[in-house]
Ligand binder design. Structure first.
Ligand code: GLP
Length: 270
C-alpha cells in the first residue's frame, strides 16, 4: 500500500487529478479499449473533478474512450434532487467533459426493482472488462462508498440501510433535518471495489484521522470497511496533513520519506 501525504486538501485534489490524467494517457484508450474508472462523490473529490475539468478544457485529457461507474446513490431520492449523486456528477463533472452519457454509469436509486438494479450494475462492470482504477472516499467511521461498519468485506453491489453516523454526517446537506435524509442507498460492495485493478482512496481533514489510523495501522476489520484495502495489491491512499493526526510519527516519517518515489507516479503531468 502507498500513502501519499500532501500539505492540504487542495493538493490532494490536484495530485489525484494528475494521477488520473497520467493513468488515462498511459493506457492510451481507444474505440476498442476503454479506460474504466470508478468514481466517488462527496466534498473530498470536488477538487479532483475541478482540476480534471481544467485539464480537459486545456486539451490535456479526453474522456471519449472512458467508461465510469459511480460508487453509490441514495435510494428513492429524485434524480434531479440537488443532493442526488446523479445531480452531483452531472454538475461537477460530466457536463464539463467529453464523456458519452451512455458511458457514465450511476446506480438508479429509483429503479422499480433495486435488487435487480444492483445485480445488473455488477454485470455492466464485468461487461466493461472490470474497473482499471477505482477512486473512493470514506466517511469518518471508515466506510467506503456506503459500506457501513459491519458490512461484509466480500460484499457486492446492493441496497444498504445507512448507519446513524452517516445520517448525521449527511444531515447538513438536507437542511439539517434528519427526517429528510434518505435512509437507504445503493452501493458497490467492498468486494466490487477490491476487484478493481487499482484503488485510490482520498482522505482529508482531522475528522477522518481516526479512520485513516484504523485503515492503515490496525488490522483488517469489517467495522472499518476501508481497512479491507490493506489486502489489495495496488492501493494508493492520498491524504492531507490533517488526516495524519492519529498516525504514529514513525508511519508519517516513513511515507513522507517516499515522496520522491511517489512524485514519479505523476511525472510529466501539468
Ligand atoms: C458518503 C458517500 C461516500 C463518501 C463519503 C464522504 O458517505 N457515500 O462515498 O466517500 O460520504 O464524503 P465527504 O467527502 O463529503 O466527506
Amino acid at each position: 500500500m502507498r500513502l501519499v501525504i500532501l500539505d492540504s486538501s487542495d493538493r490532494v485534489g490536484e495530485w489525484a487529478a494528475k494521477y488520473v490524467l497520467k493513468r488515462i494517457r498511459d493506457f492510451n484508450p481507444g474505440p476498442d479499449k476503454y479506460f474504466v474508472l470508478g468514481l466517488p462523490t462527496g466534498s473530498t473529490p470536488l477538487g479532483m473533478y475541478r482540476k480534471l475539468v481544467e485539464y480537459h478544457k486545456n486539451g490535456k485529457v479526453s474522456f471519449k474512450y472512458v467508461k465510469t461507474f459511480n460508487m453509490d446513490e441514495y435510494a428513492n431520492l429524485p434524480r434531479d434532487h440537488p443532493e442526488s449523486y446523479h445531480y452531483f456528477m452531472w454538475h461537477n463533472f460530466f457536463k464539463h467533459i467529453d464523456i458519452e452519457p451512455e458511458n457514465a454509469h450511476i446506480l438508479d436509486g429509483n429503479a422499480p426493482d433495486l435488487k435487480l438494479e444492483c445485480e445488473n450494475y455488477e454485470k455492466k462492470i464485468k461487461e466493461a472488462g472490470g474497473v482499471e482504477l477505482f477512486i473512493g472516499g470514506i466517511g469518518p467511521d471508515g466506510h467506503i462508498a456506503f459500506n457501513e461498519p459491519g458490512s461484509s468485506l466480500v460484499s457486492r453491489t446492493r441496497v444498504k440501510t445507512l448507519a446513524q453516523d452517516t445520517l448525521e454526517a449527511n444531515a447538513r446537506f438536507f437542511e439539517n433535518d434528519m427526517s429528510k435524509v434518505p435512509k437507504e442507498a445503493l452501493t458497490v460492495g467492498v468486494g466490487t471495489v477490491m476487484d478493481a485493478r487499482e484503488v485510490m482512496i482520498l482522505i482529508t481533514g482531522a475528522h477522518k484521522s481516526f479512520a485513516l489510523y484504523k485503515a492503515i495501522e490496525e488490522g483488517v476489520n469489517h467495522m472499518w470497511t476501508v481497512s479491507a484495502f490493506q489486502q489489495h495489491p495496488k492501493t494508493l491512499m492520498l491524504c492531507d496533513e490533517d488526516a495524519t493526526l492519529e498516525l504514529r510519527v514513525k508511519t508519517v516519517k516513513y511515507f513522507k520519506g517516499l515522496m520522491e518515489l511517489h512524485s514519479k507516479l505523476i511525472a510529466d503531468t501539468p
